[in-house]
Write a protein that binds this ligand. Structure first.
Ligand code: HEC
Length: 251
């Protein structure tokens, strides 16, 4: 048993490394019950991502139903191809073209939140920075030499990597923030259409939506879980009484 624990302990850092490299990942507090957030995320996805990344294991009408979006509004505002509401969410990009244009085919993202996890996605979409050596002029802190352009750059602004003052904590006596000069940090050289806070929120909603799409049944599963636990709790009473009845004459 001891050996087994030692083995697991030894493997843990390797898993952590595989998931996020050596970069710190910001936490995404996924909230699948926040319908407004999921709707905003869906809208952003359709506007900025769908052209390259399909969601081919999902259907428009399923998303409309789950997120309380009336079907006509969904068709008007989120379906930009001549597809029907019951169809799978595919796009018109051919795989070979994607590969020629970007060096890598943009993958389908239906299940990406399960593969990469929400924290990684939340960090990834906020970690593009300028790098003139790359074909699209950007690199990414958690996905080195990424083939994807920074499609949200107009919203976020110009993010660069360099030396900057970062907050490392608070002075317990004065309550003032303590900063330290660090190298290799990402910072905004120029604001975009959104403030840093608004941009974080946009990405939060987007990742919320991707997490929903990766497992549309998640909230239903949780809801059912409570019923099952409730049933078991109630079932305990007859089982207890029955047990007493059986053993009555034995003792
Ligand atoms: C212009 C085309 C294009 C658009 C638009 C685009 N991407 Fe990408 N994306 C790519 C390409 C190409 C890759 C593959 C990069 C690689 O493998 O180097 C990629 C990779 C990714 C990955 C990593 C997938 C993985 O697990 O390897 C994620 C996540 C992602 N994109 C999310 C998004 C999101 C979210 C949006 C919308 C905000 C978006 N992309 C818009 C082209 C695009």
């Amino acid at each position: 048993m001891k050996k087994l624990f030692a083995l697991i302990a030894a493997a843990l850092p390797a898993f952590a490394f595989a998931a996020g490299g050596n970069v710190h990942l910001d936490e995404h507090r996924t909230d699948l019950h926040d319908k407004a957030s999921l709707q905003r995320g869906a809208q952003t996805y359709m506007n900025y991502c769908m052209g390259c990344h399909s969601l081919e294991h999902s259907r428009y009408n399923r998303v409309a139903k789950d997120l309380d979006i009336p079907e006509d509004l969904m068709m008007e505002n989120m379906v930009f191809t001549n597809q029907k509401i019951g169809e799978l969410m595919t796009n018109a990009m051919r795989k070979e073209d994607g590969k020629t244009w970007f060096g890598a085919t943009p993958p389908d993202l239906t299940l990406v939140a399960r593969v990469r996890r929400p924290d990684w996605l939340y960090t990834y979409l906020r970690s593009f920075y300028e790098d003139p050596k790359r074909p699209w002029g950007v690199n990414n802190a958690v996905f080195k030499d990424v083939g994807m352009p920074h499609v949200l750059a107009d919203l976020q602004g110009r993010q660069v990597k360099g030396t900057a003052q970062v907050a490392v904590g608070y002075d317990t006596l004065t309550g003032q923030e303590i900063t330290e000069e660090r190298d290799g940090v990402l910072y905004l050289a120029e604001e975009g259409q959104l403030s840093a806070k608004e941009y974080d929120k946009l990405v939060f909603d987007l990742v919320n939506f991707l997490t929903y799409v990766a497992e549309p049944i998640a909230t239903e599963r949780q809801r059912l879980g409570w019923w099952v636990l409730g049933f078991l709790a109630i079932f305990l009473i007859p089982v207890y009484l029955l047990n007493k009845e059986y053993w009555k004459d034995v003792k």
